[in-house]
Structures are given as structure tokens and as C-alpha cells.
Design a protein around this ligand. Structure first.
Ligand code: OAD
Length: 236
């Protein structure tokens, strides 16, 4: 079965970064680091209280300096480096742990903490420091227009055309560490099945999407992902 797989698309979510110390979104109390998601992750929230939203993402950006890729990130980077067929990693995560693990075929569909988007000129630029305090845009030099380059609820995710093209041509679709609660990512498994791909879920626990997958394995990503990568590479 594995030997027949050539083209792989992998979707990751917050669960793959949990063991690096980055909290997931949907904790059982429904709060995200003491904020309701609607208060920090919508364009309306940003218009209502830009300082609160900037402070929230500034803190998360700064926190990236305290975390490292874990065994699951490293295993996926190894798979990309050694896999003979097409490989695309699509992440919903805005952290940079996949980037630091080393990927060339990686798309951040929900944006990146280490990027700032100028609402005046439309440019997205690498950004490491805080955005609070209205710094000038590196592209147009105007102050007061920068926001986190994060896709908020109600906004359109990035790279959708490239992602859907890759899913239509994949033999295997794997979803790792995501609750399957947020569309369009939650719909990728159905698109992959429709395209005739085999589908696999690797998650800590059954997710909303589990019944849609051909196969599901449950446990921590740092254990499941390296074992699965090992099996994939052994099957070449
Ligand atoms: P969630 O917080 O909704 O789901 C995380 C999933 O990871 C859950 O199903 C957990 O069971 C699982 N999980 C937790 N720890 C794990 C571990 N150690 N190993 C494996 N799995 C583990 O996060 P996402 O599905 O990524 O959007 O959320 C999707 C989107 O909703 C996010 O990208 C974000 C959020 O609102 C935006 O910011 C636009």
C-alpha cells in the first residue's frame, strides 16, 4: 500500500506544536490564553481594540524565541528531504517551527507570526519585533498601518489555489494535530478522498473529522509522526 504512494500532502494544526510548548486553540474552557477567539482573531476585534490584538500577537511572536521544533516537526522535514515523490506541507500554524525544522515545500495557510501586513500598501514583510506602537512599514514607510499577517476569521486563507491543486493530485493526504473544526482546512480530507487519495489522521484523540479518514491513529505527535515517517521511508 505505502509503496504505491508518490504524492503526499500533509496538513498540520496546533497539535503538532503542543509538545514544543505552544498552547492549542480549543482548550476545554473555550478560552485561548484567557481570550475568547472572537476578541483577538477577527478584523472586527482589531478595529475595536487594536492595542489588545497587537499585544496578544506581539506576546506570541516573542514566545517563539523560547520554543524549539519537536520530534514531529523534525520527522516531517526528514520526510520532505528523503521522499522521492511530490511533497507539500500545508500548515494552519502561525508559528515558525516547521520553517526552523527545514522545509522548502511549506505553505502557511493562516499566515505567520513573523510577518507583518501593511493595510496601507498591502505589502507583507518579515517582522520579528513588536507591532504595538505603530512602527513604519518597511515597504511604504508609512506608520500606523501594520497588522499581524494572520488570517483572521472571516478572511480568506492564503495559497488556496496551490493547496487545492496539490490535493487533487495527491495519493496520500495526512492530517496531523488538528481538531478539524475550521474550514476550509477541515474540508481538505473530503477533497482528497474525492480525488481518490488515501487519507490518514494522526491526532492526540479522535477529532470532528475522524470518521472521514480511511485510517486514524491516536497519540502524541512526537511519537506517532516519527514512527509513521520511518514506515513511509522504509516503504520506498
Ligand atoms: P485546535 O486547538 O482546534 O486543535 C488541536 C488538535 O490537536 C486537537 O484535536 C488536539 O486533540 C490535538 N493535539 C493536542 N496535543 C497534541 C499532541 N501532543 N499530539 C497530537 N495532537 C495533539 O487547533 P487547530 O485545529 O490547529 O486559526 O485550529 C485550527 C485553526 O483554528 C487555527 O489555525 C487557528 C484557530 O482559530 C487561525 O488563527 C485563523
Amino acid at each position: 500500500m505505502l509503496a504505491a504512494m508518490r504524492n503526499i500532502v500533509i496538513l498540520t494544526g496546533a497539535g503538532i506544536s503542543a509538545e514544543s510548548g505552544i498552547p492549542t486553540f480549543r482548550a476545554s474552557d473555550g478560552l485561548w490564553e484567557n481570550h475568547r477567539i472572537e476578541d483577538v482573531a477577527t478584523p472586527q476585534a482589531f478595529r475595536r481594540n487594536p492595542a489588545l490584538v497587537q499585544r496578544f500577537y506581539d506576546a506570541r511572536r516573542a514566545f517563539l524565541g523560547q520554543v524549539e521544533p519537536n520530534a514531529a516537526h523534525l520527522a516531517l522535514a526528514r520526510l520532505e528531504a528523503e521522499w522521492p515523490g511530490d511533497f507539500l506541507l500545508v500548515t494552519q500554524n502561525v508559528d515558525d517551527l516547521h520553517d526552523r525544522a527545514g522545509h522548502t515545500h511549506l505553505l502557511h495557510m493562516h499566515g505567520e507570526l513573523n510577518s507583518a501586513l501593511c493595510t496601507r500598501c498591502g505589502a507583507a514583510r518579515p517582522w520579528r519585533g513588536p507591532l504595538l506602537g505603530d512602527p513604519a512599514c518597511p515597504a511604504c514607510r508609512q506608520a500606523g498601518g501594520l497588522r499581524p499577517d494572520i488570517v483572521w476569521f472571516g478572511e480568506i486563507p492564503y495559497h488556496m489555489e496551490r493547496i487545492e491543486t496539490a490535493i487533487a493530485a495527491c495519493d496520500l493526504f495526512v492530517s496531523i494535530g488538528t481538531s478539524g473544526a475550521v474550514y476550509p482546512a477541515a474540508g481538505f480530507v473530503s477533497q482528497a478522498r474525492h480525488a481518490g487519495a488515501r487519507t490518514l489522521e494522526l491526532n492526540l484523540e479522535p477529532s470532528a473529522g475522524t470518521p472521514l479518514f480511511d485510517e486514524a491513529k491516536h497519540g502524541p505527535a512526537s511519537v506517532l509522526v516519527p514512527a509513521w515517517v520511518e514506515a513511509m521511508l522504509a516503504s520506498r
